[in-house]
Design a protein around this ligand. Sequence first.
Ligand code: KIV
Ligand code: NA
Length: 276
Amino acid sequence: KKKLTRFDLQAMKDEGKRAVWMTAYDYVTAQLAEEAGMDMLLVGDSLGMAVYGYSGTVPVTMDQCLYHCEAVRRAAPNTFVIGDMPFGSYQAGTEEACRNAIRFHKEAGVDCIKLEGGVRVASVIRAICDGGMLVMGHVGLTPQSSGALGGFRAQGRTADSARAIIDDARAVYNSGAFSLLVEGVPPEVTKIIRDELPIPVYGIGAGDCDGQVMICSDILGLFQAFTPKFVKRYGDVAGEYRKVFAAYIDEVRRGVFPSDEHVYRMVEGEAAKLTA
Ligand code: KIV
Ligand code: NA
């Protein structure tokens, strides 16, 4: 498997081939995702919920994102890896944003970074692109600003708010981003953006797009706290975990595990010397 480039991703859009990607935060998951042929992996700041148990993404730090990016990078050397810039790493000015984007590349070896917002982050996107890095935009439901949005709710359901999202998408493109993620908006809005922008437009909860992303613990049926409307569960891994944990607890308590096949044998004749 060869790692995709921005030009491969652009060609996929131009040829009408949808890119499939998901989040990954750890080595085992990323390895299996690469083996399955996932086109891209996002080390999302959703790790705040999926890994650390926060109620949102706002507390997530640069260090947390970098640690998980490193693990995913090692596990999936031939997959396009996106580092998600956490809240606070690009809001305080373009210089700090650039320094943090650089850390994602130098310390974690990502292929691009993603950040949230449109018009209000245009100069930040421009500055990071000017540094020779690839930026993926993210508009619509932007979880890092859930306070300003009044919670985790669909965006662009009225014409006025839809127009604002379309303006954001334009700003992302005009600032040099190579692709855009649209989250939590009606498909009518997504279609306008997708028809207008020449770059790949990916979606989560945004209908048909040039590709889809999902949070891995959601499609696995592993994450228990809540399930957004736009999630489809492709399995019940939480159910598998429960079965495994229950069986293990039961066997240890009954003295069934460990059995003979799970122990090391002493070298021939050595056991006798111990008691001699
Ligand atoms: O952090 C994340 O998982 C995201 C999703 C919207 C894909 O940004
Ligand atoms: Na994110």
